[in-house]
Design a protein around this ligand. Sequence first.
Ligand SMILES: [Zn+2]
Ligand SMILES: [Zn+2]
Length: 321
Amino acid sequence: MVRFTVLASGSKGNCAVVSGGRTRILVDAGLSCRELFRRMRLAGEDPATLDAIVVTHEHQDHINGLAVTARKLGIPVFFTEATHRAWMRWLMPRRTMTYAEWLEQCRRQAAERQGETMADEGEPDAESEAEAVCESQLQNLESEAAPLPKGDPTWLPAVEYFEAGQPFAIGDIDLSPFTIPHDAADPVGFVLASEGIRMALVTDLGYITPNVKAQLHGVDLLQLESNHDLEMLRDGPYPWPVKQRVLSRVGHLSNEAAAEFLSTGYDGQATYVILAHLSENNNLPELAQVAAERALAPRASLLQNRLLLARQHEPLDPIFF
Ligand SMILES: [Zn+2]
Ligand SMILES: [Zn+2]
């Protein structure tokens, strides 16, 4: 049986549980571990049965409880490499260095090594030597991932990398990650499939690219961002730079943009459409709902497209297929 449960959605935390066959995974862990477990139990899910966590991007509302949850359950976390690195930088900002500083450090270390070995092979290739030193440092870092000291805030039981555009599987669930336009290191949406049921999760995107549109074809469940009402955002309390960020091509999808997609770009095949990541300041559930209902109205006769609104402060009832 396939089950999809939204535990939370919005700028204060995002998290969903997807079950298929004997596998259960968490998509994002934007709630504290304690709250996440509480909501799982409320929704009839047992946290102890989770097999893995997959992460869409490193913004805080998607990773808040990530480390604690993964450690407590001893389960692997699946990231893109760039998202993993961004997450580590977020946890350890003081260790951050610019690319120029990093290269300089590599050069210095390479020079020290050369000083030690002082070979008589003519012109040394400082550039490739520097790269080789750094490469070995990176490998060391990665191979040390498991036994890192307990005090390291970036320590995780296991880290697995995936790439946008490269499908992979976790147990009985197949995942297709795809790139979304958003101001994070390497943000992705997912289509998750199990037992012939396909579920798409796409929030935190400035607009719907042709590739995103193609990915959302033929899904049985569509969780789509409907972040803000354009007028509410324009007239609302956010400072202008924040408004600009939200409205930008790497910001968030408005009710209007979601509706536009639902009426013109979407194939109408999903049994469930879940509007998600609604802003508490710049949106009202009614506005998001009305916009989507209007867009879906011509397709109502298909008895599909049951419209649901994901909530920030409580889980939705699990959806069963
Ligand atoms: Zn978000
Ligand atoms: Zn985000």
